[in-house]
Design a protein around this ligand. Structure first.
Ligand code: MEV
Length: 473
């Protein structure tokens, strides 16, 4: 469960303090103490999580195993006044570290608020060629309320019982080509309130159900029925404010930095080449939560990118501006997720992750995703306009390279230090640098041990068997 102020066993600020420096067992313990994980959850995760291939057979076809992604926790998030440990399933180094660090910055100097605008998802029924549009339109208008009732009675009755259901049918004319001679196709938009489901199955069922009534009433042919991922009828907004610009209160938020973030934001708003990368950075915060909660991240990605291009040019889905002494960030896009059906319901890790955040509804989950995406964006812009991206990425990456090069536990700190020096000088680092550094360090250590042997031991003693020294033949 999320850490509401009343029920938290351990205050979130205390629980998050020094979290990244803890051992895995200590992390489990903190999450348990703060009420984010139960004892059973910890046992399940500690033992490697989901193993059952039988369950996998329920998700997809031709199962041969699982592809495991690391699951981590981003800390320090306070969204709409509530503390969260955010589960993130992701392979990219530094995403969780950057999210946690930036969330701390916001927590100490401002706040994150979120809202949902609209609650309807869209299904589309295409009729590629219409003999008489005016007649077609009048038939649609005359029948649509009856069709809505039928669909709610025969298909969406479960949704209706939960307070949702089919709400409206709207006609759109879509050009078949560039000039007026190309003509138009008819597209019916079926608007559905899916409650806490993502709604993909139900809306597709509703549209396919309506195919028959539409064809028989209009005499026209339906070409296809499918949901739309561009759900501009259900938007999620997040807002970050950082206060005290230029006051030098030790927040690290200098006016100059805020101005640079605003410039970076303008770059992403005006230039699609930059907007794509900016939005990828926002999705770095969103996708890992979608994956951790068993949601369809491709659908969300498609919706966000389509929304980003709605004004005819692809733009950033975040915007940073200054207002007096404050830096303001806004995210607005569709994030259509579910909390009740499909993999979300069946996958035990997804259930643990939803519980960890105390998610109460699909809209709630979407708002958390938007907040984390916006904070992730802030972290990226801060890094890009100050130290650059290499430093943050590489410091963490160095550790992986060091281990990848085959350094032993005792050699790791030495190789890391050497790689940091190389990074300072050249601004780049690779696995071959790590291998080279490791070999050099081993040679140096071997030389040192040999000279110590000469000083301490009589010349007849046998050579050292230190694991640091490569076997010499
Ligand atoms: C890298 O995964 C994400 C960034 O490129 C995002 C951005 O440029 O804003 C750092």
């Amino acid at each position: 469960m999320a850490m509401s102020k009343d029920t938290a066993k351990l205050d979130a600020s205390t629980a998050f303090a020094g979290f990244s420096k803890l051992s895995r067992e200590e992390r489990f313990q903190r999450l348990e103490e703060m009420g984010a994980l139960s004892h059973e959850d910890v046992g399940f995760l500690r033992n490697g999580g989901l193993q059952s291939l039988d369950l996998a057979e329920k998700f997809i076809e031709n199962v041969i195993g699982y592809f495991q992604l690391p699951l981590g926790v981003a800390t320090n998030f306070r969204i709409d006044g509530r503390d969260y440990a955010i589960p993130m399933a992701v392979e990219e180094t530094s995403i969780i570290a950057a999210a946690s660090k930036t969330a701390k910055w916001v927590r100490e100097n401002g706040e994150i608020t979120t809202e949902t605008v609209g609650d309807l998802i869209i299904g589309q029924i295409q009729l590629a060629k219409i003999s008489d549009f005016a007649v077609f339109e009048s038939v649609i208008e005359a029948n649509k309320f009856n069709w809505i009732s039928l669909a709610n009675r025969d298909v969406a009755h479960g949704l209706v019982a939960r307070g949702g259901g089919v709400r409206d049918i709207q006609l759109r004319k879509v050009p078949r080509g560039q000039g007026p001679e190309s003509g138009e196709m008819a597209v019916l938009h079926v608007l559905v309130d899916p409650c806490d489901a993502m709604g993909a199955n139900i809306i597709n069922q509703v549209c396919e159900y309506l195919k028959g009534p539409v064809e028989s009433a209009t005499g026209e042919k339906v070409t296809m029925c499918i949901l739309s991922n561009l759900v501009d009828t259900k938007l999620t907004r997040a807002h970050v404010v950082l206060r005290g610009l230029g006051s030098g209160l030790g927040s690290g938020l200098e006016r100059e930095l805020a101005e640079k973030i605003v410039e970076a934001s303008l770059f992403a708003e005006q230039d699609p080449y930059r907007a794509a990368t900016n939005n990828k950075g926002v999705l770095n915060g969103i996708d890992p939560i979608l994956i951790a909660t068993g949601n369809d991240w491709r659908a969300v990605e498609a919706g966000i990118h389509a929304y980003a291009v709605k004004g005819k040019q692809y733009r950033s889905i975040t915007r940073w501006t200054m207002s007096g002494d404050e830096l303001h960030g806004v995210f607005e896009a569709p994030i259509v997720v579910g909390t009740v059906g499909g993999v979300t319901k069946l996958h035990p890790t997804a259930q643990i992750c939803l519980k960890m955040m105390g998610i109460e509804s699909a809209a709630h989950l979407a708002r958390v995703c938007a907040a984390v995406g916006l904070v992730q964006n802030l972290g990226a812009l801060k890094a890009l306009t100050t130290v650059g991206i290499i430093e943050g990425h590489m410091k963490l990456h160095i550790k992986n390279l060091t281990i990848g090069a085959g350094a032993s536990e005792r050699e790791v700190p030495l190789v890391q230090k050497r790689l940091e020096e190389i990074l300072m000088l050249t601004k780049r680092i690779s696995l071959s640098n790590a291998v080279e550094a490791l070999l050099e360090i081993r040679a140096e250590l071997a030389r040192e041990i040999r000279s110590d042997d000469r000083r301490v031991k009589p010349p007849s003693s046998s050579p050292s068997s230190s694991p640091l020294i490569p076997t010499q033949t």
